[in-house]
Design a protein around this ligand. Structure first.
Ligand SMILES: C[S@@+](CC[C@H](N)C(=O)[O-])C[C@H]1O[C@@H](n2cnc3c(N)ncnc32)[C@H](O)[C@@H]1O
Length: 141
């Protein structure tokens, strides 16, 4: 099903900043090596998240639903100098890929990954968030 009309999709693709090489590689590997790769945000959404983050320039970001780490890297691009992004993922099978790409991005010191159920982890985070990306567990929104 196409939610976005083709001409609008083409326009957005034409005028959106090119997908950075590292994220293109993660996108490709997620599509070849993981189940349900469509969960990954991808080029357009990823650049949109990066732009929002750059506009807010947050000190603290909370992301719920890391998957392979694509959107976490996009959001972390806009963090302030002393900023930290907390990202929560239920499935720890993805850990090697997530840590590999956080390291390659050079943003690994600014990203804290928590494995487990966000419903249990969030109350234990002693933080106030400037930006939240809720991308998991839709029944519990
Ligand atoms: C749509 S994917 C996230 C995609 C990712 N934000 C991206 O753009 O690449 C949703 C992820 O949330 C995880 N998830 C589902 N329920 C969760 C929960 N209660 N707590 C933490 N993570 C959860 C799933 O394992 C899945 O990897």
């Amino acid at each position: 099903m196409n939610i976005i009309p083709d001409d609008i999709q083409k326009y957005a693709e034409k005028y959106t900043t090119k997908e950075p090489g590292l994220l293109a590689a993660l996108n490709r590997e997620t599509n070849t090596d993981f189940l349900f790769p469509r969960m990954l945000s991808g080029h357009l959404q990823g650049r949109f998240l990066s732009m929002i983050s750059a506009l807010v320039n947050p000190r603290r970001i909370l992301e719920i639903g890391t998957f392979t780490g694509y959107s976490a890297i996009c959001l972390a691009e806009g963090l302030s100098r002393d900023g930290i992004l907390h990202t929560i993922e239920l499935n720890d099978e993805n850990e090697p890929k997530i840590t590999e790409y956080f390291k390659k991005s050079g943003l690994d010191q600014k990203i804290k990954i928590h494995f487990g159920d966000a419903l249990e982890i969030i109350p234990a985070l002693n933080e106030t968030f400037d930006l939240v990306f809720l991308d998991a567990d839709k029944e519990n929104y």
